[in-house]
Design a protein around this ligand. Structure first.
Ligand code: SF4
Ligand SMILES: [Zn+2]
Length: 152
């Protein structure tokens, strides 16, 4: 460590925010809006939505990704996590209620939208990385084949 480094601003460690409580609130509000529109509930969810919401909340508490988790409606593991049928119901509730969420809870809905765009972007980057690796391997293989031909 040089003497100069003492006077330089210290780098803060990257903080990982726990967004699970906010995501839970968003999901609960979405379920509330959906259930009142489709099942005529007022202050309480109907038994079906209550059961589905309970499953989602339990699974979120046990999420294998911990606080680094993506949002559930963009997660590739949703079908494994909630079960195929429940995942489908969950996704359908989340997607069909998006517009109403924007009207009723605009800030929350915008934040959720940004989070989902973040997940989509991360997925895109990951796919691109894999794709680039495959292309590199193919290129290297072609070059090796070309070298072998030239040696003959
Ligand atoms: S769906 Fe994905 S993000 Fe949601 S709890 Fe399951 S594993 Fe975690
Ligand atoms: Zn309901």
């Amino acid at each position: 460590m040089s003497i100069l480094s003492r006077f330089l601003p210290k780098r803060k460690p990257v903080e990982i925010k726990n967004n699970i409580p906010k995501e839970k609130t968003n999901i609960k509000k979405t379920f509330g809006i959906y259930c009142s529109k489709h099942h005529g509930s007022s202050d309480k969810l109907c038994p079906k939505c209550t059961a589905l919401l309970a499953t989602v909340m339990t699974k979120m508490n046990r999420c294998p990704y911990g606080i680094t988790k993506p949002i559930c409606d963009r997660c590739d593991r949703a079908a494994i996590c909630f079960g195929a049928k429940q995942a489908q119901e969950f996704l359908s509730i989340m997607n069909s209620t998006q517009k109403r969420m924007f009207l009723r809870h605009p800030i929350m809905a915008v934040k959720h939208k940004l989070a989902s765009m973040g997940v989509d972007y991360a997925k895109y980057q990951q796919a691109k990385k894999i794709d680039d690796k495959v292309k590199e391997k193919e290129k290297a293989a072609k070059e090796r084949a070309k070298d072998r031909k030239e040696k003959k």
